[in-house]
Write a new protein. Structure first.
Length: 138
C-alpha cells in the first residue's frame, strides 16, 4: 500500500493496488473489496500530480477525524435531541469550534497547483457533457 502511495504514476499505483487486492482476496476478502471500491479515489492525488508535501496531508484522515471528535465533544452534554435540524445545528456549531483549532495545511504553498490541476480536469470533462447536466424528473 505504501509503495502505491509513493509510485511515480497512477497507472503503476493502480497495478500495485490490484496486486494487493488479489493477495487480500485469500485472507481478507472484505478488505480486498474495500480496496477495489475506493481505488479510484485513492489514486486521484497521483492522477492530479499533487506535490508530495500536500499529497501527504490530503491522504491523511487525521483532519476529518479531529473535526468529528471536536463536534462530538461540543455536543456531549445534549441529553434530548428534538429533531434532525437540532442535530445539524449542533454539528455546525462543533465545526465552527473545530475551525479555531485547525492549523495551516502542510504543503499549502502547492494549493494553487492543485487548483490548476482540478480546473484542468473539470474543464476537460466539461467538453464531454458529463458535468452540469440538467435532469428533468416527472
Amino acid at each position: 500500500m505504501r509503495q502505491a502511495c509513493h509510485a511515480e504514476s497512477a497507472l503503476k499505483a493502480e497495478g500495485l493496488l490490484t496486486e494487493l487486492a488479489a493477495e487480500l482476496d485469500k485472507t481478507h476478502p472484505g478488505a480486498a473489496a474495500s480496496l477495489r471500491e475506493g481505488m479510484a479515489e485513492t489514486l486521484t492525488i497521483l492522477r492530479l500530480g499533487v506535490p508530495p508535501t500536500l499529497a501527504r496531508t490530503l491522504r491523511s484522515t487525521n483532519t476529518i477525524e479531529s473535526m468529528i471528535g471536536i463536534c462530538r465533544d461540543h455536543s456531549r452534554n445534549v441529553k434530548k435531541w428534538r429533531d434532525g435540524t437540532m442535530a445539524l445545528r449542533w454539528c455546525a456549531a462543533g465545526m465552527l469550534e473545530a475551525d479555531h483549532q485547525f492549523r495551516r495545511v502542510n504543503g499549502r504553498l502547492h494549493l494553487p497547483k492543485l487548483r490548476a490541476a482540478l480546473d484542468e480536469h473539470f474543464n476537460r470533462d466539461a467538453g464531454t457533457g458529463c458535468r452540469d447536466a440538467t435532469v428533468n424528473a416527472a
